[in-house]
Design a protein around this ligand. Structure first.
Ligand code: ATP
Ligand code: MG
Length: 175
């Protein structure tokens, strides 16, 4: 890989600290400045996140799946399972079509950790993706099998978070 515009690696942002999704969004903002075609699929997310409007302005395609509630990791509801399946099916469809330069699967690691989707289907995505598609996976507790297959893995640790001091999620910062 010599050309400075070569894409096609698998990146993972995981860990318990804040900054995984925003790192992926930052990457998308940077890539959009070079007119790359970017899609973001968000698993388990239907809140009023600021990026929904911002991404639209930048021409970045966003597909969101989930419910407005929390997923019970021990006992996910049928709707949670269905929404996660739809999100993964969308990823499979976009990879099949091959129209994008960068595909970000936001919180896919959490969907795997909660067993909403089978690991095999995500591994298949990595195997089948177009050679020049940069694939980014975010979320806590990334499975080791994906870490082994990725080219870039950043683990964001929690040293401090204002939540520990009782400061709740702030508009424009946490959502
Ligand atoms: P962000 O979306 O801000 O980049 P993230 O993707 O790293 O955060 P997630 O694990 O997806 O974090 O967390 C979901 C929500 O909880 C986000 O609103 C995030 O800002 C917030 N958050 C992240 N880390 C922590 C933490 N250690 N304690 C409390 N809340 C957190
Ligand atoms: Mg996140």
């Amino acid at each position: 890989m010599e050309k400075e515009d070569s894409l096609g690696l698998v990146q993972i942002y995981t860990g318990n600290g804040k900054g995984k999704t925003t790192a992926a969004l930052g990457l998308a903002v940077r890539a959009a400045g070079h007119n790359l075609k970017i899609a973001i699929i968000q698993f388990m997310k239907m809140w009023d996140y600021g990026e929904v409007k911002s991404l639209r302005r930048l021409g970045i395609d966003l597909f969101r799946y989930g419910t407005s509630g929390f997923v019970d990791s021990k006992n996910p509801s049928p709707i949670d399972l269905e929404q996660a399946d739809k999100a993964l099916s969308k990823a499979e469809e976009l990879i099949e079509k091959g129209d994008y330069d960068i595909l970000i699967l936001d919180e896919v690691n959490v969907a795997l950790d909660f067993k909403l989707i089978p690991l095999k289907r995500v591994i298949d995505l990595l195997d089948k993706k177009p050679d020049n598609l940069e694939l980014v996976l975010t979320g806590r507790n990334c499975p080791q099998e994906l870490i082994e297959r990725a080219h870039l893995v950043s683990v964001i640790d929690e040293i401090k978070h204002p939540f520990q001091k009782g400061i709740e999620a702030r508009k424009g910062i946490e959502f």
